[in-house]
Design a binder for this molecule. Structure first.
Ligand SMILES: O=C(O)C1CCN(c2ccc(-c3cc(CO)ccc3Cl)cn2)CC1
Length: 320
């Protein structure tokens, strides 16, 4: 069933942490972080959890679309840093917003989460489900080991999302989702352990652990293939795309993907310098900024592509 993105919104915690400030708590430097990742600062939550960031986005979305919360049929939150095992972050947001008619659940696909959630929403939308809220929200600072300079310098907190509604015109022109579970151990966070004794003890949440080189290599290989496959599904070529909204994981990966697709960097807006890697939130935050800055207009051909934990990759071709 056809649907359209009605509006976009985003929200980041107020406090920013510069590279220089990080270099006072771990052995790193602004020069290293900026040249190797493109990151200059990141927003770090002070007391706001994942559902709080998502609720801010939800309120902004409903206000921009002039929708009553009770008109929502479905809320999906893509996150790898939920408030709790239960209730789901989506259920908490549903309660905070008073969206009493909406079913609500989380999608866990790390940095591909927003595309996975949008794909699921597009399969729900139809005769009984007209109005859907899809948000990517992360507080990665709570699962980061702030002594591990290989990961702590990369991540930030934030949330972004869209409202989608049934539409007579097709706007989802193609997609490609893939998961490589045999390589999942290359990017792990929040791992639980089951011990042999009885009663078992509750384990604390393990911080990020990443085989950076392996994930980097995966991304530079899997993302161009995913984008080309989605374009083929849509009967389109990269030349026809107006904007590529890629997961903001690393500036060099974005440059590498642009080269592989033989496309100019002007088609690849970036904001990793401001936010760091916000996992499932990075695409909707960037999408919202592009819409607000007029870099994406109605009728534009937009590619959304996320990649990361799972390992997963997800690409969607949308006529905005
Ligand atoms: O030494 C260097 O240059 C290092 C090399 C390693 N780097 C990496 C490696 C992987 C990621 C990454 C992370 C996620 C998790 O959301 C998803 C997707 C990716 Cl591709 C980000 N940076 C940083 C610079």
């Amino acid at each position: 069933n056809n649907w359209q993105i009605v509006t976009t919104a985003s929200y980041v915690p107020q406090m920013t942490v510069s590279n220089d400030r990080l270099s006072t708590i771990m052995d790193t430097s602004d020069e290293w972080i900026r040249t190797r990742t493109g990151i200059r600062r990141r927003h770090i939550s002070q007391g706001e959890n994942t559902a709080d960031l998502a609720t801010q986005v939800g309120q902004r979305l409903l206000a921009k679309a002039h929708w009553a919360p009770t008109s929502l049929d479905l809320i999906i939150i893509a996150t790898m840093s939920p408030d709790s095992y239960t209730p789901s972050t989506a259920a908490i947001v549903q309660g905070f917003l008073g969206a009493t008619a909406a079913r609500a659940f989380d999608v866990s696909a790390a940095c591909s989460g927003f595309v996975y959630a949008l794909d699921i929403a597009s399969r729900f939308i139809g005769s009984e489900c007209h109005r859907v809220m899809v948000i990517g929200s992360e507080v990665l600072s709570k699962i980061t080991n702030w002594q591990d300079r290989t990961t702590a310098v990369l991540f930030g907190d934030g949330a972004g999302g869209v409202l989608i509604e049934t539409d007579p015109e097709p706007h989802l022109l193609g997609q490609h989702l893939a998961t490589f579970g045999d390589r999942g151990n290359q990017l792990v966070a929040g791992q639980t352990r089951v011990n042999h004794q009885f009663p078992p003890t509750i384990t604390d949440v393990s911080p990020f652990q990443m085989n950076g080189r392996a994930v980097y290599r995966f991304a530079t290989h899997a993302v161009p293939i995913s984008i080309q496959t989605a374009l083929q599904n849509a009967g389109l070529t990269a030349d026809q795309v107006d904007r590529f909204i890629l997961h903001q994981a690393n500036i060099r990966i974005i440059q590498q993907v642009a080269r592989r697709l033989v496309q100019p960097m002007t088609k690849f807006p970036t904001n990793i310098d401001q936010y760091g890697n916000t996992s499932a939130a990075s695409e909707p935050i960037l999408l919202d900024e592009c819409v607000r800055q007029g870099l994406i207009r109605r009728g534009d051909l937009v590619v959304l592509s996320g990649f990361g934990g799972g390992l997963t990759v997800g690409t969607m071709i949308i006529k905005y």
